[in-house]
Design a protein around this ligand. Structure first.
Ligand code: GRG
Length: 289
């Protein structure tokens, strides 16, 4: 994990515009948002999925950087006063606090468009059609039928109690869609999987994506701000529906375990090449931050 995390830090630093290029303030804010923090879970999953299909690491780091830039953009916008209004992220002041709101908005926008630029300008798949498919996967995962849509449902549901199927729908979109895209895009950097292999990998990614958010809900209610590097306990203070509010912490943890078992079971169909994906399912569920 450390190797991929270090590799991603280098790749992101190389791919983001340098601070000395105008507009320096915007480029500095983009670098502040994307560098020097974060677990890099999505690129880690992309690398592990790429191992399954024999993808070149040079391709995986570009694909991972694109997904990570979408993720960084979502965090910058999520922290804005018009959304979650938070002042701490990855143990540092949020982008709008360090810079200003307008710059944070633009930094998020520019990170998002740079992600698509990366997918367009680097050779990431053997077939052009497969590369176009990656662009589509990322666009759908980030858009109204993915992350942005999930965020809208989250905003609309504040102060309300969601039933479990609605909660699952929100989380699958808000957090799960990008995680799923990270896995499928990583795999697409290598030799195409057959239909059954693709379906198994997608099922794995869906389970891990949902597990990630269930664990995030548990950590928000149980871990400290210092451990998380972001403000803890916000979900209940803001009246958000979470797996902890819906099920209670013990049942939410049991659900995360069920999803971990599902992820492992589905990887069984992919043979020993899925070992790293299995270890990452464990990391997502057992993590403490
Ligand atoms: C603003 C379009 C838009 C979307 C925002 C994903 C999201 C939607 C907001 C993020 C808010 C949040 C805390 C969601 C919970 C799950 C999540 C994405 C946590 C942060 O991801 P990690 O733990 O963060 O991978 P690091 O810092 O490790 O990269």
């Amino acid at each position: 994990m450390g190797e991929v995390q270090a590799r991603m830090e280098d790749a992101l630093s190389r791919l983001l515009p340098p601070i000395h290029v105008a507009p320096a303030r915007l480029h500095a804010a983009m670098r502040y948002a994307a560098l020097g923090g974060g677990k890099r879970v999505r690129p880690l999953l992309g690398f592990a999925a790429g191992e399954l299909t024999g993808a070149a690491p040079e391709r995986l780091e570009i694909a991972g950087a694109a997904v990570e830039m979408i993720h960084a953009y979502s965090l910058v916008h999520d922290d804005l006063p018009c959304m979650d209004d938070d002042v701490l992220r990855r143990g540092k002041p949020t982008v709008h606090v360090e810079y200003d709101e307008a710059t944070a908005l633009l930094a998020g926008d520019a990170l998002q468009t740079l992600a698509f630029q990366l997918l367009a300008e680097h050779r990431l798949a053997d077939e052009p059609r497969a590369q176009l498919e990656m662009v589509k996967l990322l666009a759908i995962a980030a858009g109204s039928r993915g992350m942005a849509g999930g965020q809208q449902i989250d905003l609309d549901s504040t102060g309300k109690t969601l039933a479990l199927p609605e909660l699952e729908f929100m989380h699958i979109h808000k957090t799960g869609a990008l995680i799923r895209a990270a896995v499928m895009i990583g795999a697409a950097c290598g030799k195409p999987l057959d239909e059954a292999g693709r379906a198994s990998l997608d099922r794995y990614a869906k389970a891990v994506g949902l597990a990630f958010q269930v664990v995030d809900d548990v950590l928000d209610s149980e871990a400290s701000t210092a451990t998380l590097g972001k403000t803890a306990g916000k979900d209940s203070r803001q009246g958000k529906s979470t797996y902890v509010s819906a099920l209670g912490a013990p049942k939410a943890k049991a659900l995360a375990e069920e999803l971990r078992a599902d992820a492992h079971a589905t990887l069984g169909k992919l043979g020993s090449r899925g070992a790293r994906l299995a270890a990452l399912a464990d990391f997502v569920v057992l993590r403490k931050f």
